[in-house]
Design a protein around this ligand. Structure first.
Ligand code: NAD
Length: 360
């Protein structure tokens, strides 16, 4: 197989003493950054991604090329493909799996609910089955989401709060993921760490997210749609900069205890943890637009409309004390600084000249 040869000859996995990580969703936004960070410190990394067309496939190809230039090879395949996973685990004795592949986005579930079940539920089970049978059994760190807090209105959101009021199918599949991973921890001794990301943004980000599509529309002189809550309040998000999230992911990999199962059976209790990875300082959507206008030096044409009730929640706000205490997680980038870095990347990636607003 083409990828088997690639992986075997890849410098990125020829590490004898360190950790070897399978990063699923490696051509995605977070996956690219995590893979690069692991590679930079010399860990073994192999990526897996199905390059689906949920958003601009050329952006995923560009991320793949960036990873390749750092020696990280991304196998093209689906996490729901059991045979492919078995081959991957046969080829490399992964010590860790960083599972980031998922159907992301809350609104797309109205259009394509099956894709959420395929990747976030069935795909997760297929992956955990492969992990359970692998020798050695890897420790699993995976992306859950702040969306599991759903309509919870007790802020800031703590891991001790209830998560039984999801507002979208996306949230429901992430919540299901938390319960599914718990079973695999309990029965098979897999070490599991779930990370609830809060609206991650930054360079190489996702075009379906508001900060990204607002930037595109503002630069093209097109209107942007800003949702307002039913009671007239502004929506707010605990925007978290990608570098902070990457540090949290790596700390979770480093503090993950080894799985305790073997040959599909459990020997002793293995770790099961869930952490919020947020920023603890929510910003309203109009304030986000204000920052973008300043960085882009262009005024936005805003259409303010009532939130249509297709999956969004009014606000998110993370309590991060648990991640701070157990992972040493400490976000350091505020939205102003983080968006500056995003805008700089956006202008250069899409070929805008330094005079903002004009294509070079
Ligand atoms: P992304 O869409 O950029 O990355 C996900 C990647 O997974 C994509 O490249 C996609 O092609 C791939 N993928 C999807 N289904 C797959 C499948 N069945 N098999 C193989 N590959 C598949 O999203 P992201 O923002 O990088 O998110 C990474 C993870 O973090 C996801 O699990 C997402 O749900 C979660 N998350 C993200 C945010 C955020 O704000 N970015 C917030 C909360 C949770």
């Amino acid at each position: 197989l083409h990828w088997e040869r690639q992986i075997r000859s890849s410098a990125a996995v020829r590490r004898e003493d360190g950790i070897a990580v399978l990063v699923t969703g490696a051509a995605g936004f977070v996956g690219t950054h995590v893979s690069l960070a692991l590679r930079r410190r010399g860990d073994g990394v192999v990526g897996l991604d199905n390059f689906n067309a949920y958003y601009d496939p050329s952006l995923k190809k560009a991320r793949k090329a960036l990873l390749a230039s750092h020696g990280v090879f991304v196998v093209e395949g689906d996490v729901n493909d059991a045979r492919l996973l078995a081959k991957l685990f046969d080829t490399v004795p992964f010590t860790h799996v960083m599972h980031l592949a998922a159907q992301a986005g809350v609104r797309y579930a109205i259009e394509n609910p099956a894709s959420y079940v395929h990747s976030n539920v069935a795909g997760l089970v297929t992956l955990l089955e492969a992990c359970k049978s692998a020798d050695p059994q890897p420790s699993v760190v995976w992306a859950s989401s702040s969306s599991v807090y759903g309509l919870n209105d007790k802020v800031p959101f703590s891991e001790l709060d209830g998560t039984d009021r999801p507002a979208s199918l996306y949230a429901a599949t992430k919540k299901a993921g938390e319960e599914i991973t718990h079973c695999y921890n309990h029965i098979y001794g897999l070490s599991i760490t779930g990370l609830r990301f809060f609206t991650v943004y930054g360079p190489w980000g996702r075009p379906d997210m508001a900060y990204f599509s607002f930037t595109r529309n503002i630069l093209q002189g097109k209107p942007i749609t800003v949702f307002r809550g039913r009671d007239g309040t502004d929506l707010a998000r605990d925007f978290t900069y990608i570098d902070d999230v990457v540090k949290g992911c790596i700390a979770a990999l480093d503090t993950a205890e080894a799985s305790t199962g073997s040959g599909g059976r459990k020997r002793s209790p293995a770790q099961y943890r869930i952490y919020n990875l947020g920023n603890t300082s929510p910003v309203t959507v109009p304030a986000l637009v204000g920052i973008l206008e300043r960085h882009l030096k262009v005024k936005a044409k805003k259409n303010v409309v009532e939130m249509p009730g297709n999956g969004d929640v009014p606000f998110t706000h993370a309590n991060i004390s648990l991640a701070r205490a157990e992972l040493g997680y400490k976000p350091t980038t505020n939205l102003e600084t983080g968006l500056k870095k995003f805008v700089k990347w956006y202008l250069s990636y899409y070929g805008y000249s330094r005079r903002v607003g004009s294509k070079s």
